[in-house]
Design a protein around this ligand. Sequence first.
Ligand code: BGC
Length: 432
Amino acid sequence: MMSNRSYFSWRHRRHNFFTNIASHVVKLSILFAVLLTCRALQASDNKFWWGIATSPYQTEDPAGSDFKTDWDLFFEAGKLKEARGSGVFSYSEVDRDIRALKELGVSHYRFGVEWARIEPSPGVYDELALDHYLKLARKLKSAGIEPVVCLWHFTFPAWLANLSDPERSNWLHPETSAHWKLYVEKVVKLFGDQVRFYAPENEPNGQSLAGYFLGSFPPGEKYSLSLFRKSVEASAEAFNSAADIIHTLNPAAKVITIQNMIAWERPWWDITGYMMDLGHEYNYSHLDLVAKKADWIGFNYYYKLKVSPFPNPRKTHPEGMEVLIAELSARYKKPVIIMENGIADHGDEERQAYLTSHLAALERARKAGHDIRGYFYWSLIDNFEWAYGYSEKFGLYSLGSRRDQLIPKKSAELFAEAIRKDRTQQDASQKN
Ligand code: BGC
């Protein structure tokens, strides 16, 4: 017969044995679940991304917030024909926009966070605004749409703008770099593991050109090639610091560039090739400075244009997108992604033709074997088109007579159909 002591120690061992097994089972199941989630995430990341791109200043209504950007100052200074006013109510009508995204069947949504809204005065953060963006990311995820966050899309908080001294404004403001790092940190910490894809800047080359050479964007300087170059360099430094912050705070996150790329055409009189060199500089000078830190090379492509100081028409040229995909892949040897592509059209015929021809060019580039990860159409809704005000219409939807209503155009159906077709093909080829 077992003594009391040995009976209890036997029971104790048996108890330990079972609790050990149970704890191993729990640990293994957690590990298994984590592995499954990672595999599922990887599988969805490996699928071609179909997305829509938007920006905060062009679409959001202020919704009771009190903040100002350099664009508001620019308007007040009489430099714009139209103010952005209430945008297309994308701040207060998030559910409306998500409904449209679901209708289109996109896998990814590129939206931006408005720095001035988040930090209306230096070092003061608006918790409600931060919460709004976090909720937006969560809502997208629960709708099965992956958020891709752009941290800067042309606009600066007004307190970093100095229209009377462009050399000390925007990216060139002496305080920008320090505040930018804190802002990036704040946003990346806010999103935590809800956001895995960041684009620190949208078209810093385009904004530097428009702000320092064309004078059409704040700070409104004209013909200064040297300030254009300084601005490109300062924005590249800002990109690299943002990439470091993102990678440190969220090692799983991918950092994507968004460069404006133009299919440049050489004018007959550019005998020395000087103008073409400037075109090349426009496309590549910023990218060359940031490509190392970026995980993917993203670019916006719209048209072909003569490199010339004289205005000349933008030409639709889908082949240009293919050439740029090939050029970028060869130059940086990293995955490439189209972060914006679209056309302004008052009706919708031209947009349909544009979309069809560019999707065909994309298909050719994919078949040619380039590592191309996705395509974002610009944009969801006709919105505030910067210096053009509301006169240029890029949307797949227009705003209805009620603010919670979006009216789809024919091109929205066309895009949705292209996405459906490609998804079916991808699913079939994954099964084989
Ligand atoms: C910009 C968008 C703009 C679009 C159409 C892109 O260069 O990123 O903000 O609306 O072009 O003009």
